[in-house]
Design a protein around this ligand. Sequence first.
Ligand code: DC
Length: 207
Amino acid sequence: MIIAVDGPAAAGKGTLARALARHYNYHFLDTGSLYRMVGFAVLVRGHDPRDEAAALRAAQALKPDLMHEPDLRSEKVGEAASIVAANLKVREALLGFQRDFASRAPGAVLDGRDIGTVVCPDAEAKIFVTASPEVRARRRHAELAERGEVVPFETVLAEIKARDERDRTRAHAPLVPAKDAYVLETSAMTREDALRAAIEFVDGRGK
Ligand code: DC
């Protein structure tokens, strides 16, 4: 059983996907962190994330211990991730790992942008989590403040919009709901509401 959870930045898909994995006792993979690891590795080596050869080298030499790098969640690394993610060769380099992970028994929950459309088009349950840019910026702003990153709200909102635009309009695996995805609009929902709705949907798919 594969549960694909996609959606734009800061929509709460990570929180939801993790909670679903816990609920069903499935494996969980935050695929955004793979792109963040590539973005981080490129920046650490002093390269520009737009440098396609440098990004591909970083993707091919990805070290799992980067997963625990505290700077992975920073805005700077998020932006670098979004830039390297537009590179088809980088995406291809990360595909095998994601698909292998998805096939783990008894099941896996993967969250990202293209899980239901490209990585696991045959996933049994696909959820597209979204919320208005303002609500997402508010959530991301609070998350950054918790990490001690003081960024004006307007800056966070502008960055969220820029990232949406880049993720939606890129040529390869753009951010779009799969045709058979359940769209979960969480602007007016608590985490618990969203989890309940998602479980209802997955159970209805014959989990
Ligand atoms: O979900 P996140 O904010 O950690 O993702 C960071 C960037 O990685 C995001 O802007 C786009 C990219 N990404 C992607 O292209 N495909 C995925 N499956 C996951 C993330």
